[in-house]
Design a protein around this ligand. Structure first.
Ligand code: ATP
Length: 449
């Protein structure tokens, strides 16, 4: 029947595969499913006969192998390297599209040539960061990010979550905690921006009675609250330099002293940090300690912005619609989907969420149209009124030169507030920094138009 498998062998191979509790199949070199265990049939086959069908067609509905459809193909990689491969893929299941951890191992003949593969699949269950708050996204940029999270979650490694505002860094931190061995212990968030030095110490380390005016009783700190669990330092890039030293000491020694106490205490937490800032640039500028940067960043994960995953906008908007208005059977019209996909959301998912929340209130029927989603004035944040219009009769010049003049002028108007400037221009701060860097390196003259 199939390459090298006799139909008489099928029951024995199937019962071997049944020894694996996760869904598993035997594949041949032609990507055909030669045998499948019961768990696979229950999870993915949906009562269909899947033997002799191609894995890429059953799993993804493709007519060609994944690597020819622009995705990573573990079978191809396994063939190329001869090694076991692990990857996070999106599979069609009876419940719809789901992320699945795929592990593919080669089986060789006596001559050492690969003849078959055993593929074991673990659906990435409980993708919820919080109850009812799934990490939603099917684009390859998002799937790659989710794969990193799922690999890091079970270990105790410190993770640094990077990404623009509203990309889901806090949700990702919750996900890491919920899928870690510390998940039954507390998840404690420290909002680092705006903390003064004394507040930082007393909030984080706690204090003894009488340690300072107003300390009428002993108070445990957030490190105590996170004992055994996860400490999430949000906006870690906003911690001023004097406090960075204290944080570094804590991370390096695991020891701290409550304010007013002489007895050191031992901390026990897994550290997750997040920032929308470019920490490497801050290290270069001397505003973030290099030693602290290395301590918090052994496993950096970049959360993609919505601009990098426009195909996720409509699924996200649909999910938000159901989440924010569970009682009403609201839907997005085709025009609304088209409009949403064409938009730039500098505030990412948070901004999308705000638009949906507003549209729910404005829509009287069950169909959300573009006008419910559009803001009254402009759809992209307007530049301030002080932004000078380009003068008429502007000499013809290369576009990149024009961009440089324009950015230079805007930078003066924004007085160095690059975060606001980036938002107004609809680009990430990272992109703006890159453009400004090239502007500085080219030393264009400072003349306005
Ligand atoms: N993948 C996702 N699926 C569904 N909702 C999401 C996803 N990512 C983020 N959200 C929602 O978007 C909003 C913003 O997410 P979150 O607060 O985690 O972003 P953030 O990157 O931490 O933002 P900031 O840097 O401004 O603090 C929240 O309401 C969150 O529930």
């Amino acid at each position: 029947m199939f390459s090298n498998i006799d139909s008489h062998d099928l029951p024995a191979i199937t019962s071997l595969l049944n020894a694996i509790s996760d869904p598993a199949v035997l594949l041949n070199l032609d990507y055909e499913i030669c045998a499948a265990n019961d768990a696979y049939r229950r999870t993915f086959a949906n009562e269909e006969d899947i033997l002799q069908r191609h894995c890429y067609e059953v799993s993804h509905g493709y007519s060609v192998p994944c690597d020819q459809a622009g995705e990573h193909c573990p079978l191809r990689q396994c063939l190329d390297t001869g090694q076991r491969q692990r990857i996070l893929h999106i599979h069609n299941t009876a419940r719809g599209r789901e992320h699945v951890n795929v592990e593919l191992s080669p089986i060789c003949n006596d001559a050492g040539d690969i003849t078959f593969f055993v593929e074991i699949m673990q659906p990435l269950q409980h993708r919820d960061s919080l109850p009812g708050q799934p990490m939603l996204g099917y684009s390859s940029a998002y799937t790659r990010m989710l794969e990193l999270l799922s690999r890091a979650a079970p270990s105790d490694i410190s993770v640094l979550l990077l990404g623009d505002s509203g990309t889901g860094k806090e949700l990702a931190a919750q996900y890491l905690h919920n899928h870690s061995q510390r998940s039954s212990k507390p998840f404690v968030t420290v909002e680092c921006s705006g903390l003064t030095e004394s507040l930082f110490e007393s909030e984080l380390f706690g204090y003894e009675k009488g340690a300072f005016t107003g300390a009428t009783q002993k108070k445990p700190g957030l490190i105590d609250a996170a004992r055994g669990g996860t400490l999430f330092l949000d906006e870690v890039g906003d911690i001023p330099l004097p406090m960075q030293v204290k944080l570094l000491r804590l991370i390096e020694t695991g020891a701290y002293r409550p304010v007013g106490s002489i007895t050191p205490k031992q901390a026990d937490f897994r550290l997750i940090c997040a920032t929308h800032r470019q920490l490497e640039d801050m290290v270069a500028a001397g505003t973030f300690r290099q030693d602290l940067y290395y301590r918090i960043s052994p496993f950096p994960v970049l959360l993609p912005s919505l601009r990098e995953r426009p195909e996720d906008i409509v699924p996200l908007a649909t999910h938000l619609l159901q989440q924010l208005s569970p009682q009403r059977p609201l839907q997005l019209s085709d025009a609304a989907c088209e409009w949403l996909t064409s938009q730039i959301f500098p505030g990412n998912i948070r901004e999308l969420r705000n638009r949906i929340e507003r549209a729910i209130l404005l829509c009287d029927s069950n169909l959300i149209e573009p006008q419910h989603l559009q803001l009254p004035q402009r759809d992209t944040p307007a530049l301030p009124a002080t932004a000078a219009p380009l003068p008429a009769g502007l000499p013809l010049m290369p576009l990149d030169q024009l961009e440089q003049h324009y950015l230079q002028q805007l930078q003066q108007q924004y007085e160095g507030d690059n975060a606001s400037l980036a938002q107004a221009l609809g680009v990430s701060e990272r992109t703006l920094y890159r453009k400004l860097r090239s502007l500085r390196s080219q030393k264009i003259d400072n003349q306005p138009f």
